[in-house]
Design a protein around this ligand. Structure first.
Ligand code: ZN
Length: 255
């Protein structure tokens, strides 16, 4: 029985500044669904009254021969655990091939910084209308299973003093998609990168018709499901009318 329900974001009265003390200005997120005494009555219920910890992301891509060899060995060991026949030419170079694929595609977003890859232009026409690119195909791998995530993205922003080349919206998305990811996090990181880079009035990232290999490859009905996430920052966060404007642009059919 859950009779205490408390969900708090950005409002920890203990420090009053919205910081959780990690020095990086991350929002303070706490979930406190029931007290310890109540939880003791319900031993089978997952205890949710611990603070949510934001784990530092430590992944790196060095492209060094050592890292390449380490990935290659890991793939070799995985296949070895299945006792593959290494004389079969279909397996001979598989560890090498898979390592190369991780470095060049699946994990290639690590070690890339959006600010090194885009040029920011002044908004000389002073346009303050929505700019949106949609139907961008993206590929990723889920952190939970290393299974493929694939779907479509739409990115909308309302410029302030800066503009970005349209193709660069997809470039920034790709930097965050080509990692071990959660769908939600791809949207958040892409939106935050755009906010930092061009300081627009607002950003909205919608990832839609997204299929997760870990869901589609099992289950009876789940293989037909798809997932949509929406991340909004700035004016889009504060104004539901602007958000629905983006959603109606998104539903416009291509000719
Ligand atoms: Zn998964």
């Amino acid at each position: 029985m859950i009779n205490k329900n408390e969900f708090r974001m950005n409002g920890n009265p203990n420090n009053g500044n919205g910081s959780n003390g990690n020095g990086r200005g991350k929002p303070d997120v706490r979930v406190n669904l029931f007290t310890a005494a109540e939880a003791a009555d319900e031993p089978d219920i997952l205890r949710l009254n611990d603070e949510i910890v934001e784990y530092e992301q430590t992944e790196e891509l060095t492209h060094s021969p050592e890292q390449h060899a380490a990935v290659e060995k890991a793939i070799h060991d995985l296949l070895d655990a299945f006792n593959v026949n290494w004389d079969d030419p279909n397996y001979t170079d598989t560890p090498k091939r898979v390592a190369k694929a991780y470095m060049e595609y699946w994990a290639s977003g690590y070690g890339r910084d959006p600010k090194d890859e885009v040029t920011v232009f002044p908004n000389s026409s002073r346009s303050n209308d929505i700019v949106m690119v949609k139907d961008m195909r993206f590929y990723s791998l889920c952190s939970h299973h290393l299974a493929p995530i694939e779907g479509y993205a739409a990115i909308a922003y309302i410029p302030d003093k800066n503009l970005l080349g349209l193709s660069k919206l997809g470039r920034i998305l790709e930097i965050y998609a080509r990692r071990f990811q959660l769908q939600e996090r791809i949207g958040q990181q892409t939106a935050d990168a755009l906010m930092n880079l061009i300081k627009p009035k607002g950003v909205m990232v919608v990832l839609y018709n997204v299929t997760h290999g870990c869901m589609s490859s099992r289950g009876v009905k789940l293989h037909e499901s798809n997932t949509t996430t929406m991340t909004s920052r700035g004016v889009f966060h504060n104004d539901p009318t602007l958000r629905s404007e983006v959603m109606s642009l998104l539903s416009l059919r291509n000719p």
